[in-house]
Design a protein around this ligand. Structure first.
Ligand SMILES: [Zn+2]
Length: 276
C-alpha cells in the first residue's frame, strides 16, 4: 500500500488532537491556546540552546568565573527578581526567567524566547543611563514571553505542526531557522502595545519608575536620528505616540518616580563590568 504521509505526520497530528482536547481550559492570561505552557517551556529550551550556539563566541556564560561577569549577572538578576515579584507576571514560577548577556557593543537589541529566556546585548546596555531604563526593557521582554507573544508569533510564522515536530526532536533545520530569526522576530502592533502596558504594570511594584521603557525608547530614537538605527527599532516601530502611551499609563497608575542616585551609580558599575 502506498504511504501518503510519513509516520511523523501521524505523530504530530495525534499530538495536535490530544492537545486540542486537553486545551479547553484558559491559561493564566485568559487565553485558550493549543500550544501548552509545557510546550512553551520545551520549545524555549530548544530555541535557547540554538541561540546560545549561534552567539557562542560572544555569549557571556552565566557560569563565567570572571568577577566582573559574575557581578554583572548578579546585578541584572537582581533587577529581574524585582520585576518578577510583581503579581502581574503570570508565569514567573513556571518559566523561571533567565537573562543572558551577549557581548556585542555594536548591537542595540534584546529579545525573548518562548518560556522566558531573555537575551540582551551589551550594545543596548551601554546606551542606557540607569537601572530604571534597563528594567523598562526587561519588563517589555518578560511581557513578550509571559503573554506568550513569542510562541504565538512563531506559530503564525511556521505553523503549529512544525513547532510540535520540533518538540519531538524532528525538523532541526526549522529550529536552526527559528533560532536565527528570533532576534528580528516581529510581533505586531497589539502585542507591542500589550508588552509596553505590562512593562509599566510590572515596574509598579519595584523601586523603579514605571515609565522606564519610555526613556529607553527615547534613547533608541536618538540613535536613529543620529543615523545609527538600532536593530531593536526594526522590530519595535517607535514614535511619540508609543512613548506618550507609556508615560500616560505610568502617570495614571501614579508610579512615576524620580530615578534614584544609586540606580545611576550602580548602572555605571554594570557598564564598567561589561567593558572588556
Ligand atoms: Zn517588543
Amino acid at each position: 500500500m502506498k504511504r501518503f504521509f510519513s509516520s511523523n505526520f501521524y505523530v504530530a497530528a495525534f499530538m495536535a488532537a490530544g492537545l486540542m482536547l486537553s486545551s479547553c481550559a484558559k491559561d493564566k492570561n485568559g487565553e485558550r491556546l493549543i500550544f501548552s505552557i509545557e510546550d512553551d517551556i520545551a520549545l524555549g529550551n530548544q530555541v535557547a540552546a540554538q541561540t546560545d550556539s549561534i552567539y557562542k563566541s560572544q555569549l557571556l556564560e552565566p557560569t563565567d568565573p570572571r568577577p566582573n561577569v559574575q557581578a554583572a549577572y548578579a546585578q541584572i538578576n537582581k533587577i529581574v527578581a524585582k520585576i518578577l515579584a510583581s503579581d502581574q507576571v503570570n508565569y514567573a514560577q513556571e518559566f523561571g526567567y533567565k537573562v543572558k548577556i551577549i557581548n556585542d557593543d555594536n548591537t542595540l537589541n534584546a529579545f525573548a524566547t518562548p518560556g522566558g529566556h531573555i537575551y540582551v546585548f551589551t550594545g543596548l546596555i551601554k546606551k542606557l543611563d540607569n537601572e530604571d531604563q534597563l528594567a523598562g526593557v526587561l519588563g517589555h521582554e518578560i511581557a513578550h514571553a509571559d503573554r506568550r507573544h513569542t510562541s504565538k508569533a512563531l506559530e503564525r510564522q511556521y505553523g503549529l505542526s512544525v513547532l510540535l515536530s520540533i518538540l519531538l526532536g524532528e525538523n532541526q533545520n526549522q529550529l536552526v531557522e527559528i533560532g536565527a530569526g528570533l532576534a528580528t522576530l516581529k510581533f505586531g502592533r497589539d502585542a507591542e502595545t500589550e508588552a509596553d502596558f505590562y512593562s509599566v504594570e510590572y515596574l509598579g511594584d519595584t523601586p523603579y519608575t514605571c515609565d522606564g521603557a519610555a526613556a529607553f525608547f527615547e534613547k533608541m530614537q536618538d540613535e536613529q536620528q543620529a543615523g545609527k538605527p538600532p536593530v531593536f527599532l526594526s522590530t519595535h516601530p517607535s514614535d511619540e505616540a508609543r512613548i506618550t502611551a507609556i508615560t500616560d499609563k505610568a502617570k495614571a497608575d501614579k508610579c512615576v518616580k524620580p530615578v534614584q542616585q544609586t540606580s545611576i551609580s550602580d548602572y555605571q558599575t554594570l557598564k564598567t563590568n561589561l567593558t572588556f
